[in-house]
Design a protein around this ligand. Sequence first.
Ligand code: HEM
Length: 422
Amino acid sequence: MQTSPRGRLDRPTPQTDAELIRSLAAEVCPMGLPVITAEMLRDHTALRRLREAGTVEVSLGGRETGLMITRYDEAAAALVEPRLRGEHPLAASMRTASDEEVCDEEQLFFLPADEHVRLRRLISRQLTHRRVAGLASRIQREADRLLAQVPAGEPVDFVQAFSRPFPVAVLCELLGIPTAERRYIRDYVYGWIAEYGESTTVTKSTGLALAEYLRTLIAERRRTPGDDLISAMLRGEDGGTAEQDVLAAVRFLLVAGHRPVTRLLTESVELLLGRRSHWERLSDEPALMDATIEELLRVITPTTLASRYAGDAPRADTADPAAKPAADPAAGPAAGSGVHCALAAVNRDPARFDDPDRFDPGRSANHHLAFGLGHRHCLGAALARAEVRIALGTLLTRFPRMVLTGGTLGDEPGRRQLPVVL
Ligand code: HEM
């Protein structure tokens, strides 16, 4: 079987694969393609069958069609494929991420290519491993502050008490949001974001409110710089970054930087406490923490999709769409065609990971793709790892006898619960 995504892109999907996938998906879209839902992207039985079928054409949530990749080698190749560095078809209708009407989570991930390159550069300089290492004490302070409010010895919902507020608190701290205004940002961010497949575009007034708030804050930081990411982004490399770009970068961070951390923390605590020997071993041997986090990232895979679109690589030096090189129809798939990597399937591909469903922190060379790969790989990977290291380390030290009092309840974003006693 042809395994390169290059080959796959040029080849029609075998009928038998499509039939198999249709039998897995509950519905088909008007084009006759199986509809892959957010739930299916976390259902390991369905994902195993998808992976066995190989790359197939699907409809994502009934809204967008494309190839779905479920095997590790194909995903690793597709994510770095130069012919898949194009824009999402919607990008043409996007103005800019600083536009207050553009506040849907998915839209922010489909920015016009030139703006995307600019924002990535702006954000990535602030979230390097070195910078994040310097932020550890501030992340620790947020963890301590939240845990100090949790009553010990009483049943609490871990999601509400810790795993949900913690990443937002960290972002607020790093962005320098004044303490009195953090609750407002937190509530805003919670209401703003929708899980894939249930996208909610906020009302214009809500988008405006956040943009107005952030504009005022950014202007203040321009006048009086502080020890925060907004001030650092404004300083830029060469005499200052435009406020519009800083506003867009802040929105991008707020959108991307909390939900996967919440999921990883919740499911990590559930997994480690559910098999107590893992929790106790980690408590006895803190040196295992980094390898444990990598294995948690692999088996949990908090973000289930990494998508690429056919087309040319963006030119960072121009915002003029007319200046982009014209697509060559002979060069491959039509510009805008989507290729979607189902990361939870990829991270349990038996061709790459021995006994992939087993949680094994001792796994060597754990090159999972939980943070994606290539020109769109996660910008917050170092920060996310630091957050989880600090959160689990603090729980293990302060509450070694912490127990689950039930499994996770509900899978709806915002309504999930994990009952524990600290
Ligand atoms: C466990 C936590 C996290 C996981 C599993 C995760 C995973 C991912 C994945 C899979 C992607 C897409 C990668 C690709 O297409 O190749 C992504 C993109 C991104 N992530 Fe994360 N992420 C996490 C935390 C964070 C945090 C804490 C931040 C920032 C504070 C962040 C910022 C971003 C941004 C800005 C992008 C978009 C990159 C782009 O489009 O160029 N992420 N993340």
